[in-house]
Design a protein around this ligand. Sequence first.
Ligand code: FEO
Ligand code: CA
Ligand code: CA
Length: 625
Amino acid sequence: MTNSREELSWDEWDELQSPRPDENDFDQVVDAALSRRGFLGSVLAFGSGAAVMGAGALMPNVVEAATSSRFAFTPIDVATDATVHVPEGYSWNILTRWGDPLFSDAPEFDHSTGGDPKSDRIFGENTDGMELFTVGEHQLVAVNHEYLNPKLNLPQNEGGMPSSVADVLKMQNLQGVTVMEVTEGDSGWNVVVDSPFNRRIHHNTPMRIAGPAAGHDLLKTEADPYGVEVLGTMNNCGGGKTPWGTYLTCEENFNGYFGATNKAIELPNGFDRYGIGSDSRYEYEKFDPRYDLEKNPNEPNRFGYIVEIDPSDVTSKPVKRTALGRFKHENAEVVIASDGRVVVYLGDDERGEYLYKYVSEAAYQPGGDTEHLLNEGTLFVARFDADGTGQWIALTPDSTGMDMAEIYIHTRMAASAVGATTMDRPEWVAANPISVEAYCALTNNKNRGKKPNAGGDDTSTNAVNPREANHYGQIVRWKPADENHAATAFTWDLYVMAGNPTAHSDAYAGSSNINEGNLFNSPDGMVFDSSGLLWIQTDGNYKNEGDFAGMGNNQMLVGDPETGEIVRFMTVPYGAEVTGLCWSADRRSMFVGIQHPKAPFPDGEGKLARSSVVVVKRDDNAVIG
Ligand code: FEO
Ligand code: CA
Ligand code: CA
């Protein structure tokens, strides 16, 4: 290992823990290359309005270098500096930072210690998915805290690793979810310190387990002999919002929290598919036996779910919804299908894993009971066919050969069993509010065409993931049959393939809606605004050289689904990714998450870098989305 653990991204750490199987057969690589040649010719014609992949009805007639009147700003240039940039006529301010008090009994942030070791009364670390809820006169933001930056969070410890139970508690308290009331006054937006709605949910918050896997033997532990109660949620990545006013938080890289103090133990079947091994990322297991696989081998089976939280009630108990499957959940995009059923689109962010959707059995009745809606339904996985059509394949005992509970605990194996399409790391899914279609950011996949996934599934290039060793990413979109999100058939195309036309003249140049003015890589967060524009946030290589020259720091762009045009709206400090986006109730303010800056943001040189939520407004206070 050349990098120390604390300097690795989650992704890099995961790869070191769970090296994938060796390369595919030479034959497979050659076959993939041949089919790719045919496909890419079509994709590169995207901007000319040519019919692509048999999905001609979906393809916009793109006028090269179209100027859309739908963008109310002049796009900005790339940046490589330590601050935030937005277009002329817009401004930004800090709403809150890691360590800022949610309650007045929490101390102000101390840069020498990284904050109070016991406190869970502060805004957590590594802000991520975010949704705004209006409760009476109150505006509440529910926001995830994905993981840690150990060297910053425990600055006095060697390598940022815990050396005591108190250190572990601090780490656990910095993650999870914050619910906070926000308000706009003469001095701009602020968190309402001591609001009765303010709440922290973290690794030790009691939760209920519901749905088809609840009570299964694999979920039982000594502390919970019935398999229905669990402490905490972890690695909360993207989020979601239900029409009945609850927040969905998504457990992503839960595997890295568990380890074994006894390295000689044999790990249960299925752990390798999820990257659970005897080495953990934060060494909790040395101080908290719940995370020690020798003592609690079932504990990891209790993570990797979608958790439903009622932000309007601080006493409400969060619920893990096992019906939405167990994998590395990115976000949870909820739509009501034309037949009234609840559809939740779900990405599993790992190289060569899958894209899912859940469809409730019953239709949503406004004001009615909602408990069953995310418990009783069917989980599907996507198969994208090369002719531009696709199918959602139901994961059932018949289709998978697994029993119902196993499908929801070992969901990745269930998806492998039905021949779904391996994807280039499905990140956020966003559904267009003014057109029946949805988009998924496939952020990148250096293993595409190189190595199978951890289940041994072939990851040769395919129509929707057409580039080997894909380090730029693409965004796929689909239209469900009959304009019904609950339908099992769909048509699809690629909205954009990121790339660099200044560095490449082949498929790695990207699709023709990529130009020197909008270069980016690794699309990740995606949210539609109310007008049907797609906001795209990146989490990619920010070195601004070689293949990534001209891309600068991570950024937020806006795409017009109708013209294909994509323009740059925001850049963030170097080292940071942009993740999480929601609007104030009047849509005149936009809340944007800035995660893990390496730049000394926002407090300046000599201070710890702090993940932050910023507010962006138009100077004329007009609506911005
Ligand atoms: Fe937490 Fe896949 O990003
Ligand atoms: Ca992400
Ligand atoms: Ca990412």
